[in-house]
Design a protein. Structure first.
Length: 335
């Protein structure tokens, strides 16, 4: 498996090198000189998106009046968790436990876990909705090949079916069923305490979907607006900074293609090279300069890298706080 990941990474690097060689270094240099300091604009655009994600998460947690967490701390946990998601091979499967762990000082694990499950489900639902909007854009506003329209339509439909089934299963004790299945095939044995936590987690998740439907839709729309900001608006602004005559519908289409590319090309870490190839090829298909497409995607990678660094800094400070807390407890225990 490790050799496969290394091979996939080398494939991605080779593909990116090939694309740069084909487009040429000079057009890229000129494009980045046009952007200049404005490369930082996407970093600023994503900030309100993170704030909206945090607000949605906090609205779920505020239902539990016996516990609380400051908004700023929750924001740092959210950014730290997303950084861990990006750097782990399993994406959110590896990063979301970090969020639960960082939240465990303020909320019991079962409540923290339920909040992260709901938050991630809402995020996926918002992405699927954006893909549907992209499909609408491709059908009625863009002149794309038939295969591209079919791919978008089929992918969006399958994703929607998957997320609706997942939502339904979450109201029927999904994680208890999963735990029983894991024990049945003898992958892992859970303690009674762990099974009780999983049972409570299922209860909190199911209760939210069944009893707080208005809040569910509020949280969903916060996620959708955040996705529009960090996807559609970011792409639209970058394109116009580069002088590309991109419409808002064009930007919606690209914001839909990117998560699909992440899904299909996920074997390559960070879809390195794959994403650059798709975006630059679509620019060429729309009769725009493919160099601008490559610059746009690299600019988005730079933005993501800066936010990853911010998230890692937050994790470092959280660990430092834990260490100081342990150092305070040990001397007092010795007395």
């Amino acid at each position: 498996m490790r050799l496969l990941k290394i091979a996939a990474l080398l494939l991605g690097v080779s593909l990116l090198y090939f694309i740069i060689r084909k487009i040429g270094v000079e057009p890229l240099r000129l494009g980045f000189s046009v952007l200049g300091w404005r490369l930082l604009i996407p970093v600023a655009i994503v900030l309100p998106a993170h704030l909206l994600f945090t607000l949605s998460w906090r609205l779920f947690l505020k239902r539990f009046q016996n516990y609380s967490v400051p908004f700023w701390k929750l924001f740092r946990i959210k950014v730290a968790g997303e950084a861990a998601n990006t750097l782990t091979p399993l994406n959110f499967v590896g990063g979301d436990p970090v969020r639960i762990w960082l939240l465990s000082k303020n909320f019991p694990v079962e409540i923290g876990g339920a909040s992260v499950v709901v938050d991630r489900t809402l995020q996926i639902l918002a992405v699927v909705s954006l893909i549907f909007l992209g499909n609408v854009a491709s059908l009625f506003h863009l002149h794309l090949p038939t295969y591209a329209r079919v791919l978008l339509g089929v992918s969006a439909t399958l994703l929607l079916i998957f997320i609706l089934l997942f939502l339904f299963q979450q109201t029927k004790g999904f994680f208890q069923k999963l735990a029983r299945w894991i024990q049945k095939i003898k992958i892992r044995k859970f303690s009674e305490n762990t099974l009780k936590i999983i049972e409570d987690l299922d209860h909190y998740v199911g209760e939210f979907y069944k009893q707080d439907k208005p809040l569910f839709f509020v949280c969903f729309f916060l996620h959708l607006i955040a996705r529009v900001l960090s996807g559609v608006f970011e792409i639209y602004v970058l394109a116009h900074l580069l002088g590309v005559p991109m419409s808002l519908w064009d930007a919606v289409f690209f914001a839909a293609v990117i998560p699909l590319t992440n899904l299909i090309g996920g074997i390559v870490p960070g879809t390195l090279g794959v994403m650059e190839g798709v975006v630059s090829s679509l620019f060429m298909a729309l009769h725009w300069n493919p160099a601008d497409g490559l610059i746009l995607q690299i600019a988005r990678r730079l933005r993501a890298s800066l936010w990853i660094v911010v998230g890692l800094v937050f994790i470092f400070f959280f660990k430092s706080e834990d260490k100081r807390g342990v150092e305070k407890v040990v001397p007092s225990a010795q007395k």
